[in-house]
Design a protein around this ligand. Structure first.
Ligand code: NI
Length: 185
């Protein structure tokens, strides 16, 4: 099932999401639906709050980025994830977000991370990622912590974006996918 994507301004995007009960079966269907929704919107990552669900799950698939060979096979489900280590070295890269359409800004983040999580079969992992993979994971992980990439921008950049963000919250934005806008009249 393809869900509509929740737009900036909806309170669900600002909550710290809840852990699943370990072993819960609902993660299977939900992760399938999240991949379907992400592909329909041509995203490379999607977090559960973006489909209105206050739970700690996100999915990624970087293999669609054809000019990034190291992304091959990088298709994963992250359940009850916790980032347990972050690199001291940082890197700047441009990001966008399906919940904030048509906005792209440079964001500085740790170059590598260590993350513990479960997959949809409740297999436990403890892994390290770097570069583009770490970037995608950190962006999606932020979503389950109630954080958005625009939170990292300077006050000036944020001020300049204000009108655009208001339009997005009202649903006054062009997208190729279905959306739910919190302030739509
Ligand atoms: Ni996002």
């Amino acid at each position: 099932m393809v869900y509509p994507i929740v737009m900036y301004g909806d309170p669900v995007l600002r909550k710290k999401a809840q852990d699943f009960k370990e072993g819960s079966e609902e993660v299977k269907q939900l992760s399938e639906d999240m991949f379907e929704t992400m592909y329909a919107a041509q995203g490379i990552g999607l977090a559960a709050p973006q489909i209105g669900k206050d739970v700690r799950m996100f999915v990624v698939d970087g293999s669609v980025l054809e000019d990034e060979p190291e992304m091959e096979g990088f298709k994963k489900v992250f359940i009850n994830a916790e980032i347990v280590e972050e690199d001291e070295d940082h890197e700047e890269m441009e990001e966008g977000c399906l919940s904030i359409p048509n906005v792209r800004e440079k964001v500085t983040r740790p170059f590598s991370i260590r993350i513990k999580y479960f997959d949809e079969n409740w297999k436990a992992y403890d892994e390290e990622y770097e570069g583009m993979k770490a970037r995608i994971i950190q962006h999606e992980y932020d979503h389950i912590e109630g954080v958005l990439f625009i939170d990292y921008l300077t006050p000036l950049k944020k001020r300049l974006l204000k009108g655009k963000l208001n339009d997005i919250s009202r649903g006054d934005v062009e997208t190729e996918y279905r959306i739910i806008a919190p302030l739509r009249k």
